[in-house]
Design a protein around this ligand. Structure first.
Ligand SMILES: Cc1cc2nc3c(=O)[nH]c(=O)nc-3n(C[C@H](O)[C@H](O)[C@H](O)COP(=O)(O)O)c2cc1C
Length: 211
């Protein structure tokens, strides 16, 4: 397998600077919300900040945005199936959680939040999120929920949100604002630069605790 070219940059003021030469490995999970296109911007910003970003996409996310977009901005593989052989990639799917320092699910649909709250593992992203329990417990897994306001206010979704918070997931958003369906309400995904900031804060905490 040829070595992947690095396209790491140096975003001014990045907290990843504390990581020195070994910048954090970030596993970006993308589920099937309309805000998935914003995850490409986040992947690009993380890469520019010096992080190594591998992406896992759900089948539904692939309906909304092309895996190639993530591959293009990160220069790293994109995983979309439990059943791909590890020879196709540098690392196998179970190793992904061992590889990652931080996991971020952007956007996190009502569906993926429901799965992780209930231990359901029926695709690569939900299985990976179940396997990364040690990272969840250490506060290194962040979810950026994004959905229609009726979905967000649904009592089953709210129950799942409380469960994932208790499990140790870090949540960013959702925000009040214009929703994809054209209405105003709660459910808009936090902006990529705010998610980047939240990831940088987690990264600097992890680095501090490792010292
Ligand atoms: C165009 C479109 C946009 C969608 N946007 C959202 C969304 O923003 N949030 C959400 O929770 N579900 C959204 N859905 C529904 C999810 O795609 C659906 O619940 C799916 O099962 C999620 O699967 P995943 O979590 O495995 O990606 C959308 C569906 C479509 C067709």
């Amino acid at each position: 397998m040829p070595e992947k070219k690095s396209n790491r940059g140096h975003l001014k003021g990045s907290n990843f600077a504390a990581w020195g030469k070994k910048a954090p490995n970030i596993l970006l999970g993308v589920s099937g919300g309309v805000a998935a296109y914003k995850a490409v911007d986040l992947a690009s910003k993380l890469t520019a900040a010096g992080a190594k970003v591998n992406t896992v996409m759900t089948e539904n996310a692939c309906q909304l945005i092309c895996p190639k977009s993530f591959e293009a901005v990160t220069g790293q593989p994109v995983y979309t199936s439990l059943w791909s052989t590890s020879e196709e990639y540098e690392i196998g799917h179970v190793d992904l959680t061992g590889w990652a320092d931080i996991v971020a699910v952007v956007p996190a649909t009502a569906n993926i939040i429901g799965k992780i709250a209930n231990g359901i593992c029926d695709d690569l992203l939900s299985t990976t999120l179940c396997v990364c329990w040690p990272l969840i417990k250490s506060g290194a897994v962040i979810l950026a929920p994004a959905m229609n306001d009726n979905m967000w206010n649904n009592s089953a979704v709210q129950r799942n949100i409380e469960t994932v918070k208790e499990m140790g997931f870090q949540l960013i958003g959702p925000e009040q604002g214009r929703l994809a369906c054209g209405t105003e309400g709660i459910g808009r995904m936090s902006e990529p630069q705010d998610i980047l900031k939240a990831i940088e804060e987690i990264a600097s905490k992890i680095k501090h605790n490792k010292r």
